[in-house]
Design a protein. Structure first.
Length: 416
């Protein structure tokens, strides 16, 4: 027997413990390599614990909702059981094949002999049996006709009794009866996951600590849409990724943060912490909660590199393979509620950052261009910022700078 110990993996410098969210296997189950045994939840991400080898699970040391430290023992498994089981299964299969090749011949002979004897003994009784069956069939047909006639008469009587009621009353009565008979009033209490609890704490901390104010603007997306329609096929063919809008907003925000550096700063124990680099977090929604992977050094990256990083992080977040290091840091955040149809919102700052940009749905609206009313694809954008260190005019200048970059995309390519 070869015992393998499965322990809590290292999940980043800032993570020292976790909670067992769900256990997907039981003691005695045979698992294959990379099968998910259980899920550990931290305050930043949910991590799947997988089987290192093929084997049989022996004992679980922890239970669901248990708090565990890094390096703690979770369960044990035996990787030699699988090989033994395979050999036994192969031998049993060979035995089954031998019996199947011999048994059908014997059964066939027995059935044929019994059938011959039955035919000989029942020759004289076949006529009488068929006559009896015919009489029974006639009786059944008559009874069926009688019952169908009774059902028809009952339906007609029901229709006659309801002739005084309007169709609306009948429909309402029937729907009410269906609703009462099919409706079940149930309540179910489910404990919040570690990730959801941590998100709630941080958002409430942001509202309690920061003096949050939101300023709005709108952007004409015509230039960016024309660029996408013209080059999206070649973009996909060359870079193997789809043309996205978020990468352009990340690049525009990075350039605007260099122009208005106070938006990239944060409060640190009574000091204002300034940075000469830009790390932008892009919010990604998953079935386990909201995660914000970080695009590091976005100020020196081009749009293609940013788009590639966004796609990689989004896939890792949805597959549950994102690492703690992917979520660490961040000097500014962007959230795109427009992908879900949001027209306008006031995003909450992700502490300890000082600002967050909210993107929204693109809608055709009538706008005045050069004195004429025209229909243009417009997007509302919102900047929530900490008014303790960012003044209103700085926030407006920053948001207008993003608008100018997006409405004239070429400026981002030549950095002017």
């Amino acid at each position: 027997m070869s015992i393998i110990e499965i322990k809590v993996p290292t999940m980043g410098e800032s993570v020292v413990d976790a909670v067992v969210g769900s256990i997907n296997k039981n003691a005695g189950d045979v698992v294959k390599k990379d099968d998910v045994i259980m899920t550990l939840e931290t305050d930043k991400v949910a991590v799947d614990v997988v089987a290192p080898k093929d084997g049989k699970l022996l004992e679980f040391i922890v239970q669901e909702s248990s708090e565990v430290k890094i390096g703690a023992l979770l369960c044990t498994m035996d990787d030699e059981v699988v090989a033994n089981n395979v050999n036994v299964a192969d031998r049993s299969k060979s035995k089954i094949n031998i019996t199947q090749t011999t048994d059908p011949v014997i059964q066939e002979g027995a059935i044929s002999n019994d059938a011959k004897l039955a035919n000989v003994s029942n020759k004289n009784e076949s006529h009488s049996a068929s006559d009896k069956d015919l009489a029974l069939a006639k009786d059944n047909i008559g009874s069926k006709n009688t019952s169908s006639a009774m059902q028809t008469n009952s339906k007609e009587s029901d229709i006659d009794s309801n002739t005084n009621k309007s169709p609306i009353d009948n429909d309402f009565a029937m729907s009410k009866t269906r609703d009462l008979s099919m409706r079940t009033r149930e309540e179910k209490s489910i404990k919040m996951t570690r990730l959801r609890s941590r998100i709630a704490e941080r958002l409430k901390q942001s509202q309690n600590d920061a003096a949050i104010l939101t300023t709005f603007n709108e952007i004409d997306m015509s230039s960016l849409l024309m660029l996408k329609n013209k080059h999206q096929d070649n973009f996909l063919l060359k870079h193997k990724i789809k043309f996205g809008f978020t990468s352009f907003f990340v690049k525009a925000a990075a350039m605007a943060l260099l122009e208005v550096p106070i938006v990239n700063a944060s409060i640190d124990n009574g000091y204002v912490l300034h940075r000469n680099y830009v790390d932008i977090g892009v919010a990604v929604s998953t079935n386990k909660g909201l995660v914000v992977p970080i695009i590091h050094n976005a100020d020196i990256m081009d749009v293609v590199a940013i788009e590639r990083d966004i796609k990689v992080y989004a896939n890792k977040a949805k597959n549950g393979t994102i690492a703690i290091d992917d979520l660490t840091g961040g000097t500014f955040s962007i959230t795109n509620g427009g992908v879900f149809g949001s027209l306008l919102s006031t995003p909450i700052i992700n502490p300890p950052q000082s600002a967050i940009l909210g993107l929204h749905a693109i809608k055709d609206r009538a706008v005045v261009v050069d004195g004429e009313v025209k229909v243009r694809p417009m997007m509302y954008v919102a900047l929530s910022y900490d008014h303790r260190i960012i003044d209103g005019h700085e926030a407006v200048i920053f948001l207008c700078s993003i608008r100018e970059y997006i409405e004239d995309c070429a400026r981002m390519l030549i950095s002017v």
